[in-house]
Design a protein around this ligand. Structure first.
Ligand SMILES: *[C@@H]1O[C@H](CO)[C@@H](O)[C@H](O)[C@H]1NC(C)=O
Ligand SMILES: *[C@@H]1O[C@H](CO)[C@@H](O)[C@H](O)[C@H]1NC(C)=O
Ligand SMILES: *[C@@H]1O[C@H](CO)[C@@H](O)[C@H](O)[C@H]1NC(C)=O
Ligand SMILES: *[C@@H]1O[C@H](CO)[C@@H](O)[C@H](O)[C@H]1NC(C)=O
Length: 297
């Protein structure tokens, strides 16, 4: 068993690194309404629009518990469902103009870069300890890249969105991609300097549709110098991608934050609404299923 596990780990890591190198050299995501065209357009310095929505963390936990999965699985699932709804509508509009009946393209390569923290622990408390101790050694970023393929398509059973997300995440868990990309980045920066490192990162990122992040926040209400905090909404600026999705939990709330280049995505509120609606549909499917099971028993 252990040997089989090790073989799969090594195999997956090699495959992931090959895809990473291929992306650096030529492999682009499918042209789609969420991705800016890389040539000529500068998403790095374009103004970004930032919008957010609150959804109930309890709804996400309900799905998680009923399907025996993790919060990450559910969050990726509702995102894939939301993006599929949004893209279906976008392609629907194009289709009406063209007078033919294609819905979503059959196979699309849409990927997200996820930054994975490689520190063993990273909570608020550890951060406070780190700052208090003034230990210079542990300061700085310690993160690797992972490329997550997004499954875009309309599912008959809404729970399939979450099942497929879990399969993607389980596969990515069994790989040392983050560790390797972190080491490679360190190596490149040490040997060739920050300029080359930055150029490589920009090249890879500009071929990928979006950036994605999901961070667990405080479980209880906190305050900052006596001011109670109502919600937490992180975002980022300066990377060459037209769409960034952050999920940030805070007590019993999950905040979805989108940062978009409005030249590419002119209706970010619609995209937020699609993700929120997907959560509702998936939650309702779970409730209906448990209802049926209870009736039978
Ligand atoms: C999200 O929740 C916070 C805190 O309750 C509130 O201040 C904010 O306006 C909410 N955002 C939206 C878009 O409803
Ligand atoms: C839930 O998932 C875990 C790990 O994936 C597994 O060990 C456990 O048996 C599952 N429980 C149920 C009730 O399916
Ligand atoms: C997908 O698009 C078609 C045509 O534009 C529309 O009729 C259908 O309701 C859409 N499906 C979903 C789930 O949004
Ligand atoms: C739909 O029409 C457009 C333009 O006429 C064409 O490029 C596209 O291939 C068509 N799609 C299908 C599935 O026929």
């Amino acid at each position: 068993m252990a040997i089989w596990w090790a073989i799969r780990l090594i195999w997956n890591t090699i495959m992931d690194l090959l895809v990473f190198v291929a992306t650096l050299l030529f492999l682009k995501d499918t042209k789609n309404p969420l991705k800016g065209e890389s040539a000529g357009v500068d998403h790095e310095h374009a103004p970004k629009r930032i919008v957010h929505r609150n959804v109930s963390l309890d709804d996400i936990k309900l799905v998680k518990k009923a399907m025996n999965m993790t919060i990450n699985d559910v969050v990726l699932g509702i995102t894939q469902a939301g993006l599929s709804r949004y893209l279906n509508r976008s392609y629907g509009k194009i289709e009406q103009q063209n007078q033919n009946s294609s819905s979503l393209p059959k196979s699309m390569r849409i990927r997200a870069t996820v930054l994975v923290g490689l520190r063993p622990t990273n909570g608020i408390q550890e951060l406070a300890d780190m700052m208090a101790k003034e230990s210079k050694g542990r300061w700085g970023n310690c993160i690797g890249y992972v490329l997550i393929p997004f499954k875009i398509g309309l599912e008959k059973d809404p729970l399939d969105y979450v099942r497929k997300a879990k399969a993607t995440i389980d596969r990515k868990k069994l790989s040392l991609e983050a560790l390797c990309t972190y080491s490679i980045a360190q190596f490149v920066i040490n040997i060739f300097g920050f300029k080359v490192g930055g150029a490589i990162a920009k090249r890879v990122l500009s071929r990928i549709t979006m950036a994605f992040s999901n961070v667990v926040g405080p479980l209880e209400d906190i305050s900052f110098y006596g001011h109670p905090i109502a919600f937490v909404a992180p975002t980022v600026y300066g990377h060459p991608q037209a769409l960034t999705i952050h999920y940030q939990s805070y007590v019993n709330k999950m905040t979805i934050v989108l940062a978009v280049d409005p030249n590419v995505i002119s209706d970010p509120h619609q995209l937020c609404a699609d993700i929120q609606e997907s959560l509702t549909i998936i939650k309702d499917a779970v409730l209906q299923k448990t209802l049926i099971i209870n009736d039978v028993v």
